[in-house]
Unconditional design. Sequence first.
Length: 149
Amino acid sequence: MKAMKLFIEQSDDYDNDAEITIRCGMTDERLESIIAHIRLQMFSVSGTKDGEVRVLPLGDILYFESIDERTFAYLQSDVYECAMKLYELEAQLEKANFVRISKSCIVNILKLDSVRPLPGSRYEATLENGEKLIINRHYLPAFKSKFGI
C-alpha cells in the first residue's frame, strides 16, 4: 500500500468555502473510503420536527425510513421528517456510506455497531444507539458489498 501525501493550504486570502482536490492514479479501497467520508460531510438533508426546519448533517443520521409515504431521518435521539422520497435519497447517497437494507429503510453503515445472521437469509443490524434493524435478503448482496463482508 503506497503512502498518501496530505497538503493543506490555509490563508486569509481564501473565502469560507473549502476546496478539496484529490490527485491520484487509480483509486483503491482506502482512497474510496476517504472520498465517501468527504461526501458524507458535504451533503445535508433538511428535516422538520415540531414545525421547525433544521439542516441535518449526514454524519448524524443513523438511518432513513419510509412510513405511509412519508420519509423520516433517525438521529441518535431525534426523528425528523424529510421532504425527499426514499428512492431520491438512495440515488443521492449512492456513493456515500448509506445502503438500502429493505424496501423502506436506508442505513448509515458508519453507525452500525454489529451485524449478525438470522434464519431465512436475513441479517440483523445493531446500531450504535442499540436499535436493531432487519436487513432483507433481497438487499443483502449490496449491503455485504458496501459493509465489506
